[in-house]
Design a protein. Sequence first.
Length: 251
Amino acid sequence: MTVEQDMKQITKHNQYYIRDGNVVFVVERQLFRVHRHFFERESQFFSHYFTTSEEADGTDDKPFVLDVKSEDFAKFLWVWYNPKYRFGGQPKETWLAIITLATRWGFDSIRELAIRQLHRFPMSPVDRIALYKEYNIDKKLLIPSYVDLCKSPTLPSPADAQRLQLETVLRLADARERALLRAAENGCLSPTSSVLEDGELATIINDVFEMGGIGDQFSSNGMNGTDCPTIKPPKTKPGKASQDKGKGKSK
């Protein structure tokens, strides 16, 4: 098959082949014509790619080739060409595609945007920890997830432990043990790792996972653990001590 025949089988993307665009990419046999400025402004990868490629010049005849899924590339472009100027309402899968490409190509500001959006989605503690570790996201954002796992009555299942990886499981077990000892020191009759306030657990997790400090959002004020009966010293009745003091042995 000749190059001309091969090019005839390539189609223009129905949304992102923009008439006044000035750089063309081919992704999975689809042409994307967009604005070069965004790529050069935010990514050293593309700044280098544009100036060093010998096989492409960014035209329809010689487009820059990207080895990604066209669907994911379209989701990535949506960040710039979003017609409603807001980022809410997109599913988690969209932001996963965006953070994957932003991380791969060095778009730091888009990566930060994706992290903020992903942080809004409800996830199980294990899902969030596995995801954030995969994309090397600030581990301090995981403190609430580790708190939840510490307060759980059971350790992670074998399947969850495999996702968390051995080092994380061992550190989590260490944090739970420290929480148990702290509860016992506080006088709890039936100490468990769930009886501590969230702020105390966050402090333990910060130490065990070497996070370098925690923010004010993990203050223990108003963040209570499970109620636990404690050992309390017997109360002295009012006036009893003074009465006893006044009593003496008769001679």
